[in-house]
Design a protein around this ligand. Structure first.
Ligand code: ADP
Ligand code: MG
Length: 220
Protein backbone atom coordinates (compact mmCIF):
# COMPACT_ATOMS: atom_id res chain seq x y z
CA UNK A 1 0.00 0.00 0.00
CA UNK A 2 2.76 2.41 1.04
CA UNK A 3 6.39 1.91 0.17
CA UNK A 4 9.66 3.75 0.61
CA UNK A 5 12.00 2.57 -2.14
CA UNK A 6 15.63 3.40 -1.46
CA UNK A 7 14.80 6.84 -0.10
CA UNK A 8 17.66 9.20 0.73
CA UNK A 9 17.29 12.64 2.26
CA UNK A 10 20.28 14.89 2.54
CA UNK A 11 20.27 18.21 4.39
CA UNK A 12 22.92 20.73 3.40
CA UNK A 13 24.23 22.89 6.16
CA UNK A 14 26.91 25.54 6.58
CA UNK A 15 29.35 22.97 7.91
CA UNK A 16 28.82 19.98 5.65
CA UNK A 17 25.81 17.80 4.98
CA UNK A 18 23.65 15.44 7.04
CA UNK A 19 22.36 12.26 5.45
CA UNK A 20 19.13 11.92 7.42
CA UNK A 21 17.96 8.92 5.36
CA UNK A 22 20.33 6.61 3.55
CA UNK A 23 18.60 4.43 0.93
CA UNK A 24 15.79 3.57 3.33
CA UNK A 25 13.36 0.92 2.06
CA UNK A 26 10.19 -0.09 3.81
CA UNK A 27 6.93 -1.68 2.72
CA UNK A 28 3.74 -1.20 4.69
CA UNK A 29 0.74 -3.35 3.91
CA UNK A 30 -2.84 -2.17 4.05
CA UNK A 31 -4.14 -2.49 7.61
CA UNK A 32 -0.70 -3.00 9.17
CA UNK A 33 0.44 -1.35 12.41
CA UNK A 34 4.18 -0.63 12.25
CA UNK A 35 6.33 1.02 14.93
CA UNK A 36 9.50 2.92 14.05
CA UNK A 37 12.12 3.14 16.79
CA UNK A 38 15.62 4.58 16.91
CA UNK A 39 17.83 7.09 18.71
CA UNK A 40 17.23 10.81 18.58
CA UNK A 41 18.43 12.30 15.29
CA UNK A 42 18.40 8.93 13.49
CA UNK A 43 15.95 10.05 10.78
CA UNK A 44 12.58 8.87 12.15
CA UNK A 45 10.67 12.11 11.64
CA UNK A 46 12.32 12.64 8.26
CA UNK A 47 11.11 9.18 7.18
CA UNK A 48 7.56 9.85 8.38
CA UNK A 49 7.43 13.20 6.57
CA UNK A 50 8.71 11.55 3.39
CA UNK A 51 6.06 8.80 3.71
CA UNK A 52 3.36 11.44 4.19
CA UNK A 53 4.25 13.40 1.08
CA UNK A 54 5.69 16.33 3.02
CA UNK A 55 9.39 16.00 2.26
CA UNK A 56 10.71 15.29 -1.22
CA UNK A 57 13.42 12.60 -1.19
CA UNK A 58 16.75 13.44 -2.82
CA UNK A 59 16.89 9.87 -4.14
CA UNK A 60 14.41 7.04 -4.36
CA UNK A 61 10.62 7.09 -4.38
CA UNK A 62 7.62 6.85 -2.10
CA UNK A 63 4.88 4.69 -3.60
CA UNK A 64 1.20 4.74 -2.68
CA UNK A 65 -0.61 1.88 -4.37
CA UNK A 66 2.14 1.63 -6.97
CA UNK A 67 2.09 5.32 -7.81
CA UNK A 68 5.06 7.52 -7.08
CA UNK A 69 3.62 10.31 -4.93
CA UNK A 70 6.45 12.76 -5.59
CA UNK A 71 5.81 12.45 -9.31
CA UNK A 72 2.29 13.78 -8.75
CA UNK A 73 1.60 17.50 -9.05
CA UNK A 74 1.71 19.32 -5.71
CA UNK A 75 -2.07 19.83 -5.73
CA UNK A 76 -2.71 16.12 -6.20
CA UNK A 77 -0.26 15.27 -3.42
CA UNK A 78 -1.87 17.68 -1.02
CA UNK A 79 -5.37 16.44 -1.90
CA UNK A 80 -4.20 12.89 -1.22
CA UNK A 81 -2.65 13.96 2.07
CA UNK A 82 -5.75 15.89 3.06
CA UNK A 83 -8.14 13.05 2.38
CA UNK A 84 -6.13 9.88 3.08
CA UNK A 85 -3.47 10.69 5.67
CA UNK A 86 -4.00 11.63 9.31
CA UNK A 87 -0.95 13.11 11.05
CA UNK A 88 -0.48 13.11 14.80
CA UNK A 89 2.49 14.91 16.30
CA UNK A 90 4.19 14.87 19.67
CA UNK A 91 3.37 18.56 20.12
CA UNK A 92 -0.28 18.71 19.27
CA UNK A 93 -0.25 21.83 17.09
CA UNK A 94 -3.78 22.89 17.97
CA UNK A 95 -4.95 26.36 16.96
CA UNK A 96 -5.05 28.21 20.30
CA UNK A 97 -7.96 30.55 19.53
CA UNK A 98 -10.27 27.86 18.13
CA UNK A 99 -12.50 25.68 20.28
CA UNK A 100 -12.18 21.91 20.42
CA UNK A 101 -15.02 21.57 17.90
CA UNK A 102 -13.45 24.11 15.54
CA UNK A 103 -9.98 22.54 15.79
CA UNK A 104 -11.47 19.20 14.76
CA UNK A 105 -13.36 20.85 11.89
CA UNK A 106 -9.97 21.96 10.47
CA UNK A 107 -9.27 18.27 9.81
CA UNK A 108 -12.39 18.05 7.66
CA UNK A 109 -11.70 21.24 5.74
CA UNK A 110 -8.25 19.88 4.78
CA UNK A 111 -9.98 16.79 3.43
CA UNK A 112 -12.21 18.95 1.23
CA UNK A 113 -15.16 17.45 2.99
CA UNK A 114 -17.96 19.73 4.12
CA UNK A 115 -16.51 22.26 6.49
CA UNK A 116 -19.36 21.95 8.94
CA UNK A 117 -20.17 18.27 8.93
CA UNK A 118 -21.40 18.57 12.49
CA UNK A 119 -22.37 14.94 12.77
CA UNK A 120 -18.95 13.51 11.96
CA UNK A 121 -17.26 15.97 14.32
CA UNK A 122 -19.64 15.08 17.13
CA UNK A 123 -19.20 11.38 16.60
CA UNK A 124 -15.38 11.55 16.64
CA UNK A 125 -15.50 13.77 19.77
CA UNK A 126 -17.57 11.05 21.40
CA UNK A 127 -15.02 8.42 20.39
CA UNK A 128 -12.20 10.35 22.05
CA UNK A 129 -14.43 11.17 25.04
CA UNK A 130 -14.44 14.94 24.63
CA UNK A 131 -18.11 15.66 23.98
CA UNK A 132 -18.39 17.73 27.13
CA UNK A 133 -15.35 19.81 26.17
CA UNK A 134 -16.29 20.77 22.63
CA UNK A 135 -16.64 24.50 23.36
CA UNK A 136 -13.39 24.72 25.33
CA UNK A 137 -10.19 26.30 24.09
CA UNK A 138 -7.01 24.16 24.04
CA UNK A 139 -5.61 26.17 26.98
CA UNK A 140 -8.57 25.01 29.08
CA UNK A 141 -7.74 21.33 28.56
CA UNK A 142 -5.33 18.89 30.17
CA UNK A 143 -2.36 17.73 28.10
CA UNK A 144 -3.99 14.36 27.47
CA UNK A 145 -7.22 16.02 26.35
CA UNK A 146 -5.25 18.23 23.97
CA UNK A 147 -3.65 15.19 22.38
CA UNK A 148 -7.11 13.61 22.04
CA UNK A 149 -8.30 16.72 20.18
CA UNK A 150 -5.29 16.37 17.86
CA UNK A 151 -6.24 12.72 17.32
CA UNK A 152 -9.84 13.66 16.61
CA UNK A 153 -8.66 16.26 14.09
CA UNK A 154 -6.58 13.59 12.32
CA UNK A 155 -9.33 10.94 12.46
CA UNK A 156 -12.46 12.94 11.64
CA UNK A 157 -11.95 12.49 7.88
CA UNK A 158 -11.52 8.71 8.36
CA UNK A 159 -8.04 8.51 6.86
CA UNK A 160 -6.77 5.22 5.45
CA UNK A 161 -3.33 5.91 6.90
CA UNK A 162 -2.32 7.36 10.27
CA UNK A 163 1.23 8.70 10.62
CA UNK A 164 2.03 9.40 14.25
CA UNK A 165 5.31 10.98 15.42
CA UNK A 166 5.76 10.11 19.11
CA UNK A 167 2.07 10.61 19.91
CA UNK A 168 2.65 9.74 23.57
CA UNK A 169 5.99 11.54 23.89
CA UNK A 170 4.60 14.40 25.99
CA UNK A 171 2.12 12.34 28.00
CA UNK A 172 2.28 10.58 31.35
CA UNK A 173 1.90 6.78 31.18
CA UNK A 174 -1.84 6.70 31.95
CA UNK A 175 -2.72 9.40 29.44
CA UNK A 176 -0.42 7.73 26.93
CA UNK A 177 -2.43 4.52 27.36
CA UNK A 178 -5.67 6.37 26.55
CA UNK A 179 -4.17 7.76 23.37
CA UNK A 180 -2.80 4.34 22.38
CA UNK A 181 -6.21 2.81 23.03
CA UNK A 182 -7.74 5.17 20.45
CA UNK A 183 -4.98 4.37 17.94
CA UNK A 184 -5.45 0.64 18.53
CA UNK A 185 -9.19 0.94 17.92
CA UNK A 186 -8.47 2.69 14.62
CA UNK A 187 -6.11 -0.11 13.65
CA UNK A 188 -8.70 -2.71 14.63
CA UNK A 189 -11.16 -0.94 12.34
CA UNK A 190 -8.77 -1.43 9.40
CA UNK A 191 -6.73 1.78 9.34
CA UNK A 192 -3.02 1.46 8.54
CA UNK A 193 -0.83 2.94 11.28
CA UNK A 194 2.84 3.96 11.18
CA UNK A 195 3.99 5.26 14.55
CA UNK A 196 7.32 6.55 15.84
CA UNK A 197 8.00 5.90 19.51
CA UNK A 198 10.84 5.94 22.02
CA UNK A 199 8.98 3.66 24.40
CA UNK A 200 9.56 -0.10 23.97
CA UNK A 201 6.27 -0.87 25.75
CA UNK A 202 4.38 1.22 23.22
CA UNK A 203 6.31 -0.27 20.28
CA UNK A 204 5.13 -3.70 21.49
CA UNK A 205 1.55 -2.71 20.69
CA UNK A 206 2.46 -2.66 16.98
CA UNK A 207 2.56 -5.80 14.83
CA UNK A 208 6.07 -5.06 13.65
CA UNK A 209 8.96 -2.83 14.65
CA UNK A 210 11.39 -1.18 12.29
CA UNK A 211 14.67 0.17 13.67
CA UNK A 212 16.49 3.14 12.26
CA UNK A 213 20.07 4.13 13.07
CA UNK A 214 21.90 6.94 11.25
CA UNK A 215 19.30 6.94 8.48
CA UNK A 216 19.58 3.17 7.92
CA UNK A 217 16.55 0.93 8.39
CA UNK A 218 16.49 -2.59 9.70
CA UNK A 219 13.24 -4.53 9.86
CA UNK A 220 12.47 -7.21 12.45
P1 ADP B 1 14.61 11.87 14.66
O1 ADP B 1 13.18 12.14 14.37
O2 ADP B 1 14.97 10.42 14.56
O3 ADP B 1 15.04 12.44 15.99
P2 ADP B 1 15.09 13.61 12.39
O4 ADP B 1 14.50 12.85 11.27
O5 ADP B 1 14.32 14.75 12.93
O6 ADP B 1 15.50 12.60 13.56
O7 ADP B 1 16.51 14.17 11.92
C1 ADP B 1 17.53 13.35 11.35
C2 ADP B 1 18.76 14.22 11.07
O8 ADP B 1 18.48 15.16 10.06
C3 ADP B 1 19.22 15.03 12.28
O9 ADP B 1 20.62 15.09 12.26
C4 ADP B 1 18.60 16.39 12.03
O10 ADP B 1 19.34 17.40 12.66
C5 ADP B 1 18.64 16.50 10.53
N1 ADP B 1 17.52 17.30 9.99
C6 ADP B 1 16.20 16.99 10.05
N2 ADP B 1 15.44 17.91 9.44
C7 ADP B 1 16.31 18.85 8.99
C8 ADP B 1 16.15 20.07 8.25
N3 ADP B 1 14.94 20.51 7.86
N4 ADP B 1 17.26 20.78 7.95
C9 ADP B 1 18.48 20.35 8.33
N5 ADP B 1 18.71 19.20 9.01
C10 ADP B 1 17.64 18.46 9.34
MG1 MG C 1 11.73 13.13 15.49
Amino acid sequence: MLKAASVSRIFKRKHGTVKALDKASLEIKEGEFVAIVGPSGSGKSTLLLALGGMSHPDEGAVMWQNQSIYDWKITKRSQWRGSSVGFVFQSFNLVPYLTVFENVSVGLSLANKELTSTQSIESILEEVDLTDRKDHLPSELSIGQQQRVALARALVKKPRLILADEPTGNLDPDTGKEVMHIIQLQHAAGTTVVMITHDPNIAKLAQRTVKIVDGNLTCS
